[in-house]
Design a protein around this ligand. Structure first.
Ligand SMILES: [Zn+2]
Length: 124
């Protein structure tokens, strides 16, 4: 039985976040493993007359794999940050990073303002 914990509003429940991330990590690991094994079986049954659709399917599959791998990398990074106690805290100004941003980029290490300033500096 799962006990539902109510976290005080505004405060991120790290245990909850971590638990969700571990679930997502497992899902992504399974999906990536599945994608990898599908790729092998497609190569084995490759029909020369069907190469066009196979390669577009392959492209779709690899972009899917890239997206999932990217998400996977972010989750790994975020889990490390939770361990280090730096998760959700801006590296530059020590302000809590918006939950919405963390949802899209769990391993975000800067708040939006600092990230923009950082990227501007990189471009110069
Ligand atoms: Zn900041």
């Amino acid at each position: 039985m799962i006990e539902m914990k109510n976290s005080p509003s505004g405060k991120i429940n790290l245990d909850e976040v971590k638990r969700e991330m571990l679930v997502r990590k497992d899902e992504l690991e399974n999906e990536l493993a599945e994608l990898a094994s599908e790729k092998i079986s497609t190569d084995q049954v490759l029909d020369p007359g069907d190469q066009a659709s196979t390669s577009s399917l392959e492209a779709l599959r690899s972009s899917l794999q890239n997206n999932e791998f990217e998400e996977y990398t972010r989750i790994i990074g975020a889990l490390e940050m939770i361990e280090n106690g730096t998760y959700g805290i801006c590296l530059e100004c020590d302000v809590a990073i918006a939950e919405k941003r963390l949802h899209a980029y769990p391993n975000a290490s800067r708040c939006v303002a600092c990230q923009e300033a950082y990227e501007e500096k990189q471009e110069m």
